[in-house]
Design a binder for this molecule. Structure first.
Ligand code: SAM
Length: 291
C-alpha cells in the first residue's frame, strides 16, 4: 500500500533517500497536509475529461492527487534535481508528464497544443513559488490560453490583493488586472505549518475562474492598463495628480480634470476608489481625446 507523498513521513523519506536539499531561492516549500490538498483539488473541480497544468511539482505532493483526479497532467519544474525523483514517484501514473524548465520562459501555447490536444478544458493547479507569483499569474492570464480556471496557493497578502474590491486598502493595479481576466474567489487561508520547510508568511488558496469575455469595453487594453498603473503610481495622490504626472504637460494639464469630469469621475478621488468600469470609461474618454 502506498502512502500519500504529502505526509511528513513520506516527504522526509523521499528527501532523505535522494539526498535532496531545499533551495529557498526557488520558493521550495512542500505541502505535507492532506486536508489542504483536498481543498485545492476540490476547488479545481476536475474529472477525467479535463487536463491539469501544474507549475512547480516539487516531489509530487499535488501532482499525484491531480493524476488521480484529472485526465492528462503536465507539470513544469525548474529544478533539475527533482526530475529523477518525480520520475520515480510518478511511475504509477501514466497520465503525468513532467517538463524541465522555467515556466516564465516556456511557450505555453505550444505546450497546450501538444499536451492537452485531447481535452477541451484545462485548469492550472499549483502551489506556486512565492517569489514569482505575480509574473506567473500575469503570464497565464495575459497569454489568453485555453484555461478554464486557475487554483493556486499563494502568499495570503497577494491573494487578498487579487480579490480586493474598490475602496479597500488591498485594491490596486493587481486587483484590476486579475479581475479584468478572471473572477477571483478566496478558497481558504493556510498556516505555515502545512509545509516543509515552513514559509515565513501565511498562505491562501485562491480560485480564478477565467472570463470568456472581458467585463468592460475598452478601445485598447495596453492603454487601459497604463491608465490604471498611472492612477496608482502614488497612492496618496488624487487621480487627477497621478494622471497629470504621467499623461499631461504643463501646457495641457487642465485637460486632465476636464476628461475626468467627462468620464463622471471627480478629480479629487483617489485611484483606489475607482471600479474596473470607471477605469474603462476614463480610458475611453482619454483615448478618444488622443491622450
Ligand atoms: N507542488 C509542490 C508541493 O506542493 O509540495 C512544490 C511547491 S513549491 C512551493 C514550488 C515549486 O516550484 C518548487 O518545486 C520549485 O522548484 C518550483 N519552481 C520555482 N520556480 C519555478 C519556475 N520559474 N518554473 C517552474 N517551477 C518553478
Amino acid at each position: 500500500q502506498t502512502i500519500e507523498i504529502a505526509t511528513p513521513k513520506r516527504t522526509k523519506e523521499i528527501i532523505q533517500k535522494h539526498g535532496f536539499s531545499f533551495k529557498k531561492s526557488l520558493g521550495q516549500n512542500f505541502l505535507i497536509d492532506q486536508n489542504i490538498l483536498n481543498k485545492i483539488v476540490g476547488a479545481a473541480d476536475l474529472d477525467e475529461s479535463k487536463g491539469a497544468l501544474e507549475i512547480g511539482p516539487g516531489i509530487g505532493a499535488l501532482t499525484e492527487r491531480l493524476a488521480r483526479a484529472a485526465g492528462p497532467v503536465t507539470a513544469v519544474e525548474i529544478d533539475q534535481r527533482l526530475l529523477p525523483i518525480l520520475g520515480e514517484v510518478m511511475e504509477p501514473y501514466p497520465n503525468v508528464r513532467v517538463h524541465h524548465g522555467d515556466v516564465l520562459k516556456l511557450d505555453l501555447a505550444e505546450l497546450f497544443a501538444t499536451d492537452f490536444a485531447s481535452v477541451d478544458k484545462v485548469s492550472v493547479v499549483a502551489n506556486l513559488p512565492y517569489y514569482v507569483t505575480t509574473p506567473i499569474m500575469m503570464k497565464l492570464l495575459e497569454e489568453k490560453l485555453p484555461v478554464d480556471s486557475i487554483v493556486v496557493m499563494i502568499q495570503k497578502e497577494v491573494a487578498e490583493r487579487m480579490a480586493a474590491a474598490p475602496g479597500s486598502k488591498d485594491y490596486g493595479s493587481l486587483s484590476i488586472a486579475v479581475q479584468y481576466y478572471s473572477m477571483p474567489e478566496l478558497v481558504c487561508v493556510v498556516p505555515p505549518t502545512v509545509f516543509i520547510p515552513q514559509p515565513n508568511v501565511e498562505s491562501a488558496v485562491i480560485k480564478l475562474k477565467v472570463r470568456e469575455q472581458p467585463p468592460v469595453q475598452i478601445p485598447n487594453e495596453k492603454h487601459y492598463f497604463e491608465v490604471v498603473q498611472a492612477s496608482f503610481a502614488q497612492r496618496r495622490k488624487t487621480i487627477s495628480n497621478n494622471l497629470k504626472a504621467r499623461f499631461f504637460t504643463k501646457e495641457n494639464r487642465e485637460q486632465a480634470d476636464q476628461l475626468l469630469e467627462q468620464a463622471g469621475i471627480q478629480p479629487a478621488r483617489r485611484g483606489e476608489t475607482l471600479s474596473l468600469q470607471e477605469y474603462a470609461t476614463l480610458s475611453t474618454v482619454m483615448w478618444e481625446a488622443g491622450v
